[in-house]
Design a protein around this ligand. Structure first.
Ligand code: FAD
Length: 825
């Protein structure tokens, strides 16, 4: 039997190797238009980023070695240009000589893969705009990066490959911006799970724009400008287009082979196309999704390899093996996160009109009492009646891969959430808990399916109103005080049985806690005590908080640094090399302390350290990333590194030799001016800006540090709606809404005084406070908003005007070190 295989990578090479293993006598020809066969396309982004150092590691087999091992006629740099199913021949063009010839076959296998989408946008053919599909693309991108000084790159499309590219370019020290047309990254995930990825990307200094597409490209002398549909223009040195792929099915189409609704080659369960002697596998085929029954194309290496094996067996033994379809199990590393999905998402089920229920659980990667346990979030979707498992998504740091594989196995075997509760897993504290996160996901879903609890989703919260719904926060008062959902009432779980009088029976009650567990217990108490309409918020306040935050991360490269709190800090780059290390490294755990706690602790430890000794500090206060830089600048100690992982900021500092201590500032002239703006009285605000602008006009660098009531001066007149807890909303009601709303410190007379003041100023042609503020910004006066007071007063970044920095005490004190005047107003 003579078999021709078109395409020699995942599907094609596997088919050929299996064919030879089951039929020593078949005549097998692989025709591959590229130079390489059987290479690791999945490794290409990592070779570009340098994690895979050797190019040769990408090649699983060379054409020669493959040919020797499997007795296959491998014809690289040859392209099949047409098929003639009637006469069972193909036309092949030798891409080196240009010559075309005809080859006959008994059976033909199509594994041509997919081609990247490259829309016909103005300027798309400009230099510096690439797609990534194969080794040739990779070599081109790598060479471009090596030959040009790439500082900024734009990745268009935030799918799995787009994000892998973003991470790898970022690893090369390039400022990366991602542009995504959807409202979220990674569309196999539901929005609530993608929001975890968004918040993580923010911590990594990755700029990203959501709900915005590219409309055109403009060539510049020094790169390319990408023009977005919103009108925004982004300049870059390199653009990676990763907006998707489509099946490379044109040969099949031209030959009259049936394509499906997706444009992929339609195959049956034996991998046969509409022509029974022509088979097809891989990215080019369409096959029904086993869960929804809807035709789909699966762009994944695992299914392509498995289809190749089935195809080879059926070629040799007849219709023996059946393909059951792919549930699209996928995984990707996104910086520190691992993101995985299997089966179908809630969004896909909604589109397919399949009713479903979902549950979100947050568990530790292993036993909490064993060091290093990190949270992982699991969302599962399932049938509410039968419990049949439809899909699962996991976002976490550790152990995500083995959990997604367990879930995929259950889905593939058409199992249910009841199977999850019974999965028997290997357990010892460093690896899991007695109840694995997958069991926990099953338990939570089982409670829903068995009617023990009803689940509310984070989206339901937005639709509630206090007239008919009570939001019941069952966490401790301390947790409640740190922030809750607007309008929520706090009754700690252990008090519920004594406080039924405070919980109305005629309202819908949505109960919530941190992650959903205490909420479930509270729901059980309530429903067994006569409360009929009780729901538990799935994933607790954690899921709600992530999902309602601002998701995109725009314009960060106008500044230097984005903290884990979503704030932008202005800091210098750290380019310190350690001196010779002295003594043992000291470690300091300042996690859980608020500003200025971590800095104070660091100061104490540094006092006792010996010069040259290294101190490693861990803190969770978002301002610490900026404060530690300022503190080291002030003290002359060396900041060697600041990293952030899983919400923990780690800084390595080397204690200065005594002679170096404070040297940074000794040499600097102390002629700057700093003003602490504490008051929001109109008259004091006017005086503040007049002094500040006056100082700036004499060429002095002026910094204004806005804290407590002073923050009201920075509020936007038209603020976006932001979520606030009760205390913050009360503060907001009591405080001026913006700079237009300030009162005089004396003789305000219910606003008449401030009105008179404004009108006199106007008559006498004195600048208004608004224009004084604008002048201050235009003359380069630095505005720093105090993180800690924003936190205390519940003021969100979105409410403040643009162009300000955020920092803590140490940032401000650093500015005063260089100042000859410091005012407190
Ligand atoms: P391919 O492996 O693409 O092979 C098709 C071959 O056919 C090509 O080499 C092409 O040159 C050749 N060809 C096409 N037409 C002709 C013709 N007319 N004549 C001769 N030759 C022809 N999947 C995962 O599961 N996990 C991952 O982490 C992952 N990462 C990826 C990263 C990147 C950058 C890319 C590009 C893909 C990634 N994939 C990943 C997807 C995976 O590589 C594909 O699903 C898989 O390779 C599909 O196999 P295939 O045989 O259908 O196509």
């Amino acid at each position: 039997m003579k078999i021709i295989i078109i395409g020699g990578v995942a599907g094609g090479a596997t088919t050929a190797a299996r064919l030879r293993r089951v039929d020593e006598n078949a005549q097998i020809i692989i025709v591959e238009r590229g130079k390489h066969i059987s290479y690791a396309n999945c490794g290409l982004p990592y070779y570009i980023g340098g994690t895979i150092a050797e190019r040769d590691s990408l090649f699983v087999q060379t054409p020669e070695a493959f040919s020797r091992r499997f007795k296959v006629d491998v014809r690289v740099l040859q392209e099949v240009v047409s098929l003639d199913p009637q006469n069972k021949t193909v036309q092949i063009q030798n891409l080196q000589s240009g010559e075309t010839y005809t080859e006959s076959y008994d059976k033909l296998v199509l594994s041509p893969g997919a081609e990247p989408v490259r829309p016909n946008l103005p300027g798309i053919d400009n230099p510096g705009i690439y797609t990534l599909r194969n080794v040739t693309d990779t070599d081109r991108i790598k060479k471009y990066i090596n030959d040009h000084q790439i500082k900024r790159a734009i990745v268009i499309g935030a799918g799995f490959i787009g994000l892998e590219m973003a991470e790898n370019l970022h690893q090369l020290g390039i400022f990366v911006s991602i542009v995504e047309m959807a409202e979220q990254v990674m569309t196999p995930l539901d929005y609530s799970m993608a929001s975890l990825v968004h918040q993580h990307l923010k911590t990594k200094n990755v700029e990203f724009f959501l709900k915005d597409g590219v409309s055109s490209f403009r060539k510049e002398d020094d790169g390319v400008t990408v023009i977005l549909k919103s009108g925004r223009e982004l300049h870059s040195d390199l653009v990676i287009l990763s907006i998707g792929v489509r099946p490379d099915s044109h040969l099949a189409k031209d030959a009259g082979i049936e394509l499906g609704s997706t444009g992929g080659i339609k195959v049956n369960e034996n991998m046969q196309t509409s022509r029974s002697d022509i088979y097809a596998v891989g990215d080019a085929i369409e096959y029904p999704n086993p869960i929804t029954g809807i035709p789909q194309i699966t762009y994944l290496a695992g299914p392509a390899n498995k289809q190749g094996r089935i195809c080879a067996d059926n070629l040799v033994f007849g219709k023996q093996r059946k393909y059951t379809g792919s549930i699209n199990t996928a995984i990707a590393k996104v910086f520190d996160l691992t993101v995985a999905s299997t089966g179908v998402s809630g969004r896909t089920l909604r589109k397919a009109n399949i009713p479903y229920e979902s549950s979100i659980t947050h568990s530790g990667s292993h036993a909490g009492y064993y060091p290093g346990a990190i949270p992982m979030s699991i969302k599962i979707v399932f049938d509410k009646q039968s419990g049949k498992l439809y899909g699962a998504q996991i976002v976490g740091y550790d152990g995500v891969d083995k959990r997604i594989d367990l879930l995929a196995t259950v889905i593939k075997n058409q199992g249910s959430i009841f199977d999850l509760t019974e999965i028997e897993h290997a357990y010892a504290p460093p690896y899991s808990s007695a109840k694995d996160p997958v069991n926990i996901a099953g338990f939570a879903a089982e409670n829903i399916v068995q009617g023990k609890v009803k689940a509310a989703s984070w989206r339901d919260i937005e639709k509630t109103n206090t007239a008919d719904t009570l939001l019941l926060d069952v966490r401790t008062p301390d947790e409640f005080a740190l922030g809750t959902i607007h309008n929520a009432v706090n009754i700690p779980i252990d008090e519920i049985r004594n406080r039924f009088d405070d919980i109305p029976k005629n309202k819908r009650i949505i109960v919530f806690c941190g992650v959903g567990l205490r909420g479930y217990v509270a729901c059980r108490i309530l429903s067994q005590n006569g409360y009929e309409d009780v729901e538990n918020l799935s994933g607790g306040i954690k899921t709600w908080e992530f999902a309602i935050q601002k998701q995109s991360n725009e314009d960060i490269y106008e500044r230097d640094y984005v903290g884990i709190d979503d704030h932008i800090y202005q800091t210098g780059n750290i380019e310190q090399t350690p001196e010779e290390e002295q003594g043992e490294q000291l470690t300091l755990d300042a996690c859980g302390l608020q500003c200025p706690g971590p800095i104070l602790k660091l100061k104490n430890v540094a006092q006792d350290a010996t010069p040259g000794q290294i101190i490693e500090v861990k803190a969770t206060d978002p301002a610490f990333a900026s404060d530690v830089r300022s503190w080291t600048n002030m003290t002359g100690n060396k900041l060697l590194e600041v990293t952030q992982q899983s919400g923990v900021i780690s800084a390595r500092i080397q204690k200065a030799k005594t002679s170096e201590s404070k040297s940074t500032f000794a040499a600097k002239p102390r002629d700057n001016k700093t003003i602490v703006v504490f008051s929001d009285d109109l008259d004091k605000a006017l005086a503040t800006f007049i002094i500040a602008n006056g100082a700036a006009s004499t060429g002095k660098k002026v910094t204004m540090f806005f804290t407590f009531w002073g923050l009201n001066l920075l509020k936007k007149a038209h603020k976006p709606a932001v979520k606030k807890d009760l205390a913050s909303r009360m503060f907001a009601w009591m405080m001026p809404k913006s700079i237009h709303d300030l009162s005089l410190s004396k003789m305000n007379m219910m606003g008449m005084g401030s009105g008179m003041m404004k009108s006199i100023m106007k008559k006498k042609n004195i600048d208004s406070l608004e224009s004084l503020l604008q002048q201050a910004q235009e003359s380069g006066i630095e505005f720093i908003a105090c993180n800690m007071s924003m936190d205390v007063m519940g003021i969100k970044r979105e409410e403040l005007i643009d162009g300000i920095n955020y920092g803590g005490v140490a940032t401000y004190v650093e500015r005063t070190e260089e100042a000859s005047m410091n005012l407190f107003i």
